[in-house]
Design a binder for this molecule. Structure first.
Ligand code: ADP
Ligand code: MG
Length: 272
């Protein structure tokens, strides 16, 4: 066996696939650049370590069940001036994850609540934390099934395990009594133990109508908000802007507060 063959067989035995894949390049560069022994060894080991880290992050990202992957770099803060960028910078440090405090993103449809929630989750995953994304509706449906089958406690553990739980679209659909009770249990169980990133199109004042019962709404808000940051987005839908750019909807005559949600298409047509 040549040295190269023995090297390959050792790499295979140790499952060092990334080094194996780059072996020729690594050796060629080394012969050209004549690096110090330690530098060469470092480059070889980093090849494997970096590849493993990438694989691990990819797995974490898949396990997080995100609806799409979007980052802060892809977010146009200029379009959404109601967002305090300093507050977002603070959130990006992930201190809230280490403190097990919550992030609540409020605002009308299309203003970037899910985008920001996903970007925070992605940041947490990059830093080695586990995250899990679920819509409020799917979450409560899933736990409702578990409850009826007498395995709520076991099922809850899935939503307690990740350091960051994203609950998207709270309030689009009202919860029934069981749903509200289950939601309360989840929020209580994660309280001071793991972060929740929650998005909602309803202001806190309207939460009573989500849960049907103002007492349980208060109890939930109490735990959710005790350690929390609220990001209140009052602005125009980004989706609407994109459609407007495509010429599907005419530009409004003047800037107006669009926080009441999207203008009905009939009116939009007339103003153009
Ligand atoms: P919602 O507030 O309803 O959750 P999303 O976060 O899903 O809205 O945003 C709708 C779409 O518009 C997504 O594709 C998102 O990436 C994009 N988007 C929203 N706001 C911005 C923004 N300020 N900059 C760039 N893309 C944005
Ligand atoms: Mg959304």
């Amino acid at each position: 066996m040549t040295t190269l063959e023995r090297l390959r067989s050792n790499l295979a035995a140790l499952n060092l696939t990334a080094i194996d894949a780059r072996l020729e390049t690594l050796l060629e560069n080394a012969s050209k650049q004549d690096p110090a022994y330690a530098d060469f060894l470092l480059e070889v080991m980093s090849t494997e370590a970096d590849a493993r880290r990438q694989r691990y992050l990819k797995t974490r990202l898949q396990l997080a069940h995100l609806p799409y992957v979007k980052t802060f770099e892809q977010f146009d803060f200029g379009f959404q001036p109601s967002i305090d960028e300093r507050q977002i910078r603070e959130l990006r440090t992930l201190r809230f994850v280490h403190e097990a405090s919550n992030v609540i993103l409020l605002g009308p449809p299309g203003v970037g609540k899910t985008h920001l929630a996903v970007a925070l989750a992605e940041t947490a995953i990059q830093s080695g934390q586990a995250a899990y994304f679920m819509t409020a509706h799917d979450l409560v449906t899933d736990l409702g099934h578990a409850y009826r089958e007498g395995r709520l406690d076991r099922r809850l553990r899935i939503y307690l395990a990740p350091k960051v739980l994203i609950i998207d679209e709270m309030g689009y659909l009202p919860l029934d009594e069981l749903g509200a009770t289950i939601f309360f249990q989840l929020v209580s169980a994660r309280y001071e133990r793991g972060s929740i990133i929650l998005t909602s199109n309803k202001s806190y004042g309207e939460w009573g109508s989500i849960f049907g019962d103002p007492i349980i709404a208060t109890a939930i808000l109490d735990r959710l908000l005790h350690h929390s940051t609220t990001v209140n987005i009052r602005g125009e839908s980004y989706r609407l802007k994109e459609r407007r750019k495509a010429g599907l909807i005419p530009r409004p005559e003047q800037q107006h507060d669009d926080s009441r949600a999207v203008a009905p298409s009939g009116r939009a047509k007339r103003t153009g």
